[in-house]
Design a binder for this molecule. Sequence first.
Ligand SMILES: [Ca+2]
Ligand SMILES: [Ca+2]
Ligand SMILES: [Ca+2]
Ligand SMILES: [Zn+2]
Length: 513
Amino acid sequence: MYRILSFLILFALTGCNPPEVYSWNESDWDEWAAEIFAPPDDKKVLLIFIDGLIPAAIEISATPNIDALLLDSAWSMTGRAESTTISGAGWSSFLTGVHWDKHQVPDNDFANPNFTDYPHIFTQLKADFPDSIVGGCQTWQPIESGMVLPAEPDFNAFHNYYDYSDDYWDEASADTLCAQEVVNFAGESNIHMLVMMFSELDGVGHQSGFGAEYSTYQAMLQKTDTEIGQIVDTIKARPNYSDEDWLVILSTDHSGEPELHHGANIPEHRLIPFIMNGPSVMGGEIWPPPQTVDIVATALAHLGAYPVAGTDGVSVGFESTSPPTAKLGENLIFNGDAEYERGYLGYESAPDASLPGWHDPGFFTVVQYNSPGGYPGDGDPGPNERGLNFFAGGWATTDTYATWDIEVSNLAGAIDGGARWTLSGWLGGYLDQEDRATVTAIFLDDSGDILNSNTIGPVTASDRSYLTGLLERTSTGSVPAGTRQIQVRVDAVRETGYNDGYADNLSLIITAE
Ligand SMILES: [Ca+2]
Ligand SMILES: [Ca+2]
Ligand SMILES: [Ca+2]
Ligand SMILES: [Zn+2]
């Protein structure tokens, strides 16, 4: 929106008439207007959402159409969903590009959503390109009435999931009806964005077993896959398909497992497939694993548009990315300053961060400095260059941790010839509470056996003089010969209430001796 406005203002300031050397006519105006008010003619997006899609199920089930999308795709099977791993939150994040503390849908109640500041992707696209042609099909009333209808889609259909949920296997199916609608929209001559929301895989999971190993779950994924094939085949049969640049993104709101199904902040519920297919994507695994909120920014980027102010997502999958390579003299810890993604307020009603690139099994999280409620702020002890965020144990009634793993086999020569490690970080806690953090570097050989480990911290309440804040701790030693991998583990130990084991500016550096 701002881009168009500034263009118009510039146009106005430089005079409403085109340069005199050039004679402006009606068809030029049409061409100019079409360029500004709609995405480029060849750019197209199809978003496919499958509620409750478990990554392992794609491998186990017969899904030739999803497999075809995976071929040459930019992909992740450890994409990161919302911490609530519940459909209302996940659908809303998929469609708005922000976490649930912004769209305000933490559950399935839709009690007080903020779809005004963070609207549906159609609305975001039309803010940049008002003449965008968009369409899709929905099966969930609060999404339909709260987000989709206000976006005034050009093609829209709604089939209420609950009208068909008694029997997912009879002829009447919300997903099948929706897929047929989207097949019809996919043939429309001028369309920029299509959205298909599948919902019945989740229903079958709840009914007959939530897991890749269940034949009913597999069968519904196969049915879904067939319907995806019908949509994709219709797109490929478009008369101008060879001149079009389609981006297909397939993902979900949460994964699941047999015991709890979904809804917990655990990797089995939270790590999801994220698949991007099309000529403009860079094939390979996306690193670090993308988040649900990246879908909006990515889809809009393909069309030349931008998400709303305050978006939490970034565009992914168009450039090659890979994990960092270990280098002598450089910090080996990715995102050791907790600044790679935005932090949250330290409240109970805030999402939990899924640390990008780290193994983050639960509530260990990233909190904003100066969060209300007594969290560390600008005036409290801590690093001079502290950025906006720090790590915290999070809203858990237990100890929490996260780990960062890095290969150092490329440094074998230096390590086996004698190298030193220096581990440092700022660690702390809250007032007189004994919640505390430690950082451990674990040195492993090429078969994963531990050669040695060293820990910095904890910083106790008395170390902090019972003041909220973080103090620096550093340790150094010799890297064991034969070290080929290093695991950095941050532990937040909880004693009282919120887990206030804090950490920031973590660093592990190896130097040749
Ligand atoms: Ca920081
Ligand atoms: Ca976490
Ligand atoms: Ca505490
Ligand atoms: Zn469910």
